[in-house]
Design a protein around this ligand. Structure first.
Ligand code: PLP
Length: 427
């Protein structure tokens, strides 16, 4: 059934580490081999063996319009005819910057980069330069790209400094990173009490997507805003996933909390490599060449990527877009919840707009610790069986399912039916 995928995988293993260019694609967490993609079509992914799947990965978030959206494809085509990269500015970069600013008012100035990782890395450098402080607070289970100082495991206790989560990162580089439990007011208070004068910034996914979807507790983000302001630290929202997913103004607009800096990526590139960081003018003006904080990129603001991003955002700005996304997402949530009830299963479903996770646990999932109570063995079997039934879910318990505007009633109903059949088989 997946003969060609298997052949490609074996071949890939010989020249690419693990056969993939980003680890989670290898499907190890669900004890499977990767499927190799032939093409995408709206809500569907078609593999090299000709199998069709309803896709809930959507390139890990960027494809909010679905695969190969005609407007995005046309923009890429026409942009590339003019040339693929120039190394001098284009007016389209201004247009994208202005468009993002008009949607997210906390962003007064913005710099385009090539990935989410670059965005968070640069935002942290900037925060440290602006505050002239070294320490960074992040939260367990939040992912901010593979930046050295942000790839930390929790130490023991609530306010200890992180230890590197990967070989190749010297302790010295994580020694200034505090890793605290998400949604835990006390831990944050304690950390600020102890190190408040040394903390440059708190970086957080305002709605966490990288431990599975975990919503901020009532008042948690407001609390972060308050305590950072009180101590003169910056608040950085990593909206690489939530930017233009939770709504046009991101999670910050929805929840009504204004960060000092925002990191973007994924959707703003329309499926091409783009990231961005932006925020208050007086902070952003420190960025080179306006200020002394060095940050650069040969392909930053790449004309094709910018065009794809512009086309995507313009589609999203059409009236009714997010209402449609919400209604279809709500249908999926309600459908799965009904299935759980019908089968008498205690599993928990967390959803924020068009991102959701079904956790195979009976505990409410509010942070990384509770996410880890999930039965990952069972999830792996669930994932495999869903794949056989033509549904491609993120190949890990700790990821968000992404719904796109290409997902219609038909796909949602099919998915709910398959969830029912699969859970019935395995529970
Ligand atoms: C994906 C992601 C990143 C990293 O983006 P890349 O483009 O993969 O480097 C950073 N932060 C969050 C919240 C993400 O989901």
């Amino acid at each position: 059934m997946r003969v060609r995928s298997k052949q490609f995988y074996e071949r890939a293993l010989k020249s690419i580490p693990g056969g993939v260019n980003s680890p989670v694609r290898a499907c190890k967490a669900v004890k499977s081999d990767p499927i190799f993609c032939e093409r995408g079509e709206g809500a569907y992914l078609i593999d090299v063996d000709g199998n069709r799947y309803i896709d809930y990965v959507c390139s890990w978030g960027p494809l909010i319009l679905g695969h190969a959206h005609p407007e995005v494809i046309a923009s890429v085509y026409f942009a590339s005819k003019r040339g693929t990269s120039f190394g001098i500015p284009t007016w389209q970069e201004i247009e994208l910057a202005e468009l993002i600013k008009s949607c997210i008012p906390s962003i007064e100035k913005i710099r385009l980069v090539n990935s989410g990782t670059e965005a968070t890395m640069s935002a942290i450098r900037l925060a440290r330069a602006y505050t002239k402080r070294k320490k960074i607070v992040k939260f367990e289970g939040c992912y901010h790209g593979h930046v050295d100082s942000l790839l930390v495991k929790a130490g023991s206790g609530l306010a200890t400094f992180g230890i590197p989560a990967s070989p190749g990162i010297p302790e010295e580089l994580t020694a200034h990173t505090l890793n605290l439990p998400f949604n835990n007011f006390e831990a944050v208070k304690k950390a600020f009490k102890k190190y408040g004068e040394e903390i440059a910034a708190v970086i957080v996914e305002p709605v966490a997507g990288n431990m599975g979807v975990v919503l901020p507790k009532e008042g948690f983000l407001e609390f972060l805003r308050e305590i950072t302001s009180k101590y003169g630290a910056l608040l950085i929202f990593d909206e690489v996933i939530t930017g233009f997913r939770i709504g046009l103004s991101g999670a910050q607009g929805k929840i009504g909390v204004t960060p000092d800096l925002t990191c973007l990526g994924k959707i703003i590139g329309g499926g091409l490599p783009v990231g961005a960081y932006g925020g208050k003018k007086e902070i952003m003006e420190l960025v080179s060449p306006e200020g002394p904080v060095y940050q650069a990129g040969t392909l930053s603001g790449n004309p094709i990527a910018v065009s794809a991003g512009l086309a995507t955002l313009k589609e999203l700005m059409k009236p009714g877009t997010y209402e449609k996304l919400e209604s279809i997402s709500q249908k999926l949530e309600e459908g799965i919840k009904e299935v759980l009830k019908e089968l008498n299963l205690p599993y928990k479903l967390n959803r924020a707009g068009s991102m959701l996770t079904l956790f195979f646990t009976e505990k409410e999932v509010i942070d990384f610790e509770t996410a880890l109570t999930s039965d990952t063995e069972k999830f792996a079997i669930f994932w495999q069986k869903m794949l056989e039934k033509g549904i491609y879910l993120p190949p890990s318990q700790f990821e968000a399912w992404f719904i796109s505007l290409a997902h219609g009633e038909k796909e949602i109903e099919e998915t709910i039916k398959r969830v029912y059949e699969t859970l019935k088989e395995i529970h």
